[in-house]
Design a protein around this ligand. Structure first.
Ligand code: FE2
Length: 146
């Protein structure tokens, strides 16, 4: 069952992906790959993708880390010995380095959220909510790493 927060987050991600695509491109100095003059697919040229696709792929990595956490919660409640602590810690360290330090701080909070706020409208209220979620996530990462 989807909650209102899920719907809001989905709307935000859609809007931010569109609004932030140009900003992220400039900020990351990544080149837009797909050109009308080139018949080959981006992946065939060495894995370069559009900013929007890149952002969605990053979310895919982060979702996988969250799946590890979800699976661990169930096992920790039933039989903690089933959860190797190093696997949880490695996931938390990956989330810290990639999710928090890079994806959240250097992309979303630095470029995408300001662009979404500036664009106004309903979506302009979402960055504050997401920053609060990022901050809470960092507390959880601290706990897991410790
Ligand atoms: Fe994100």
């Amino acid at each position: 069952m989807k909650s209102g927060n899920d719907d809001n987050r989905r709307k935000f991600l859609r809007v931010s992906a569109i609004a932030g695509a140009g900003v992220v491109l400039a900020a990351c100095e990544k080149k837009a790959i797909i050109s009308a003059e080139n018949d080959s697919k981006p992946e065939e040229k060495g894995g370069e993708v559009t900013a929007t696709e890149d952002l969605m792929r990053e979310h895919g990595v982060l979702r996988r880390a969250l799946l590890v956490y979800s699976a661990a919660v169930t096992k920790l409640r039933s039989n903690p010995s089933l959860v190797p602590p190093d696997a949880l810690q490695k996931t938390a360290k990956l989330f810290r380095a990639f999710g928090e330090e890079y994806h959240e701080k250097k992309l979303e909070e630095a470029y995408i959220f300001p662009a979404v706020r500036k664009a106004g409208g309903e979506a302009a209220t979402y960055p504050d909510i997401l920053v609060a979620q990022h901050n809470r996530g960092r507390e959880i990462t601290d706990y897991i790493v410790a």
